[in-house]
Design a protein around this ligand. Structure first.
Ligand code: SF4
Length: 304
């Protein structure tokens, strides 16, 4: 009799959480979810199902891996009850309901996360890139913009791709948007030399168009190798293209900015691209709120 009550309570909690997850997906602007999507397709990071874990502890059914990603929003941290974040990451739970409803929940397994070279340096990666012609962006570039900054940075910014100034100089974020980024970095008490700055693609897309999927797919492994070498505490994705690429989601930046996501063994926070802020100065206030979270996280005032 006691077992029956236990199971009933566990299933009620699971149903309650599934309802919560559906609302979460709707909030993110997702109207359809294709559970058959392959790895690396547009995926939204989802927190683990607490009740699924609870059911697992109760001994319920088949083995499925939970999402490695938890996400907090508006001060509400979504956690598996009674467990440390590290324990949650490693938790293996059971529950066919989770698998069938959400498929593989983890977006963090991006293509670049397949085995990476060990013990390499940024110089090794740059040497490997060479005078790259791996994608069609090489046709119009002047310089490859590899990235620059502190190779041991706690904070790394990732933008979309080089613009005209960057193409001309071979340095990331040196135009007007770059000057604003410098001011954003200084606003949180840091200097440009303390952080590392890179882009999703290393050659300028003609006319400053967005990089195309094949170009991103060809170039992004270099970025992941850079992240793997630098191992920053926090990656700040600048703008929608960088955010969507890194988090494998179609959700708009307006829905994701200012939130912390698990990403490749570190944390990622999306915010607006400085070029967008130059066009939309009324969004600077939002960006400042995001930057304060970056500062507080790096200072240990926010634990994610
Ligand atoms: S964008 Fe990347 S992959 Fe394409 S040519 Fe430049 S360095 Fe090579």
């Amino acid at each position: 009799m006691r077992d029956d009550r236990h199971w009933r309570q566990a299933w009620l909690e699971l149903i309650d959480e599934i309802t919560r997850y559906v609302k979460y997906l709707q909030e993110m602007g997702i109207e359809e979810y294709d559970a058959t999507m392959p790895m690396g397709a547009d995926r939204l990071p989802l927190p683990p199902l607490a009740s699924a874990a609870h059911l697992a502890e109760s001994g319920a059914s088949k083995e499925v891996e939970t999402s490695a990603l938890s996400e907090s929003s508006s001060g509400e941290h979504i956690t598996v009850k009674g467990e440390s974040p590290m324990a949650q990451k490693k938790k293996r739970v059971t529950g066919q309901a989770q698998a069938s409803l959400f498929g593989d929940l983890a977006p963090a397994e991006s293509p670049g996360e397949s085995p990476l070279p060990v013990d390499e340096t940024l110089d090794d990666i740059r040497a490997d890139i060479g005078e790259c012609t791996r994608c069609k962006l090489h046709e119009h570039r002047t310089h490859i913009v590899f990235g620059e900054g502190n190779p041991h940075a706690d904070l790394m910014f990732v933008g979309e791709g080089p613009g005209a100034d960057e193409d001309a100089t071979g340095r990331p974020f040196v135009g007007r948007a770059g000057q604003l980024l410098d001011r954003m970095i200084e606003a949180i008490g840091m200097k440009r030399e303390q952080v590392y700055i890179a882009n999703i693609v290393k050659c300028r897309p003609p006319g400053n168009r967005e990089p195309e999927p094949d170009e991103v797919a060809t170039c992004e492994p270099f970025l992941y190798r850079q992240i793997n070498v630098i191992r920053p505490k926090l990656v700040v994705a600048l703008g929608g293209v960088a955010t969507k690429t890194l988090l494998r989601t179609k959700a708009p930046i307006s829905k994701l900015r200012g939130r912390f996501f698990d990403f490749r063994g570190t944390k990622l926070l999306p915010t607006f691209h400085p070029a967008f802020l130059l066009r939309s100065p009324n969004k600077k206030r939002d960006a400042w709120e995001d930057l304060k979270k970056v500062r507080d996280f790096l200072q240990g005032k926010i634990v994610e």
